[in-house]
Design a protein around this ligand. Structure first.
Ligand code: FAD
Length: 445
């Protein structure tokens, strides 16, 4: 059965909510039956930060279209409906010794959402983005036709859909390739740095590790440069484990905890950076540089707090994610950190990743460095972000649409020369008036 309600919805940042007709079909045939006449957009699990998964007129929630259809244990391939969550996929494949090639920083995202945003993980340099593991996907048009798209059939549509933010149609199912793992543990190394140059060099020095990511305190203290911990990691083989276990693939995910209401604002206002510094200090002093840690702890640290996006209170949070090409990365990042320090704002989550090349038409990653920063959605922060937009433009960077809720059309078109090509593709395939999100209308796509 399909449910339909008029509802105000937004994204994970809880900043901008829009009234939309939220249609929730429970099967693919129901979805085809109730396809609205006016423009619409698909919605996965609403983990994009802004307004990309909200339709101006209607929004199709894929939440109930969430079955794993087949899992080939021998070859590590899996077919699932688009609303299936990554957490369900992990439940199914890890006990059998398989793992997705690429995962984002939360497991509460849908398969369709991962394809539409072409998500990247901590291994973009070695494995590329999520799109690389898609063997085929089925795409539903506004007319109710389903196209199977792959590298060899309907390949143009395939290449625009991966990273196309739902603007090419509704992904209804897909087949993905997995990679073998021996255990659900990771071998992680922590490297502490105090200088941006050292951090950037550190990513190169640790190239042999599959995964790398740096957590940063962007504040300069008494002339000291940014503080960062660069984590590198590989999947642990059974022989890497310092203990014997008959069940190396048995996960202990732990239960997510919730922050009490009275602590929320204080945490963001004053404690967060102190917490970072405390963790930094203790890890450096007492922590071992090499640790065996659980896979969930490495890939999805933020999932251990169930509703951490609420700690910003009613105002919500803005996440800002950019990528600079390799040649401008150092200068661009330095300018971003200078601007943050001058503004007096600080960030709860500030994460740096290194990217390799990406071939999908509208992929966010490009070879270079990507920075993701959280800010409380205070009025003054909007002017800081406008300043950061200019720095990104000046250094030939671009923006991640899965995190955006505020960028102007002017900035977007200046930063991304592919916008025009995408707009043309949408127009010539009759997609412009069929699939629209609040974001796509704001950005003039
Ligand atoms: C804590 C956290 C950590 C994150 N870490 C990362 C990270 O490391 N790397 C990264 O790349 N991203 C990251 N993200 C962003 C997140 O992975 C993406 O926004 C992802 O698209 C969210 O999936 P979703 O199912 O919630 O999609 P939604 O937010 O519901 O939708 C996102 C986009 O996908 C489209 N879409 C969804 N389902 C379909 C479908 N069936 N057919 C067509 N289009 C569809 C929507 O129209 C929209 O444009 C993170 C987000 C959070 C909250």
């Amino acid at each position: 059965m399909t449910t339909e309600v008029q509802k105000k919805i937004g994204g994970w940042g809880r900043v901008s909510n829009t009234y939309t007709r939220l249609i929730t079909p429970d099967t693919i045939s129901e979805l085809i039956r109730v396809l609205p006449e006016q423009s619409t957009i698909a919605r996965g699990n609403g983990r994009s930060y802004g307004d990309s998964a909200v339709g101006l007129d209607s929004t199709i929630s894929m939440k109930k279209i969430n079955k794993i259809l087949t899992f080939d244990i021998r070859n590590g391939t899996l077919v699932a409906e688009a609303g299936t969550l990554l957490s369900q996929i992990l439940e199914c494949c890890i006990p059998q010794g398989w793992f997705p090639n690429v995962v984002p920083g939360t497991k509460y995202v849908s398969l369709g959402g991962m394809i539409a945003a072409n998500v990247h993980g901590k291994n973009h340099c070695s494995s590329g983005s999520f799109g690389n593991s898609i063997l085929w996907l089925d795409l539903l048009t506004k007319e109710g036709d389903v196209y199977r798209c792959s590298r060899t059939s309907n390949s143009e549509l395939f290449n625009w859909t991966i990273g196309g933010m739902g603007l090419t149609g509704i992904i209804i199912r897909a087949e993905i390739e997995l990679r073998p793992i021996e255990t659900c543990w990771m071998v992680r190394h922590s490297n502490f740095t105090y200088r941006l140059e050292d951090l950037i060099d550190g990513f190169d020095d640790t190239r042999s590790a599959e995964y790398s990511v740096a957590w940063i305190d962007p504040k300069y203290y008494d002339g000291i440069d940014i503080k960062a911990i660069l984590f590198t990691a590989d999947h642990a083989a059974v022989d890497d484990l310092p203990f014997k276990t008959p069940h190396p693939l048995r996960r202990n995910k732990g239960n997510p905890w919730s922050i009490p209401n009275f602590l929320r604002l204080q945490i963001i206002n004053s404690f967060s950076i102190k917490i970072f510094n405390l963790v930094y200090y203790f890890m450096r002093k007492f922590g071992s540089q090499k640790q065996i840690i659980r896979l969930d702890k490495f890939f999805f640290p933020l999932d251990s707090v169930s509703d951490w996006n609420r700690i910003y209170g009613k105002r919500g949070l803005l996440q800002y994610q950019l990528v600079f090409p390799a040649k401008t990365s150092y200068v661009g990042l330095r300018m971003i950190f200078d601007a943050i320090n001058e503004s007096g704002f600080n960030s709860f989550v500030c994460v740096l990743k290194k990217f390799g090349t990406d071939d999908f038409e509208f992929a966010f990653p490009t070879e270079g460095f990507s920075l993701a920063i959280d800010f409380p959605a205070d009025i003054e922060v909007y002017s800081l972000l406008e300043h950061l937009d200019q720095i990104v433009l000046e250094n030939q960077g671009r923006f991640y649409l899965a995190k955006d809720v505020r960028m102007s059309k002017h900035i977007f078109w200046k930063a991304d020369e592919r916008a025009q090509k995408f707009q043309k593709f949408r127009e010539s395939n009759n997609l412009s008036s069929s699939f629209q999100s609040v974001q796509s209308v704001r950005l003039g796509l």
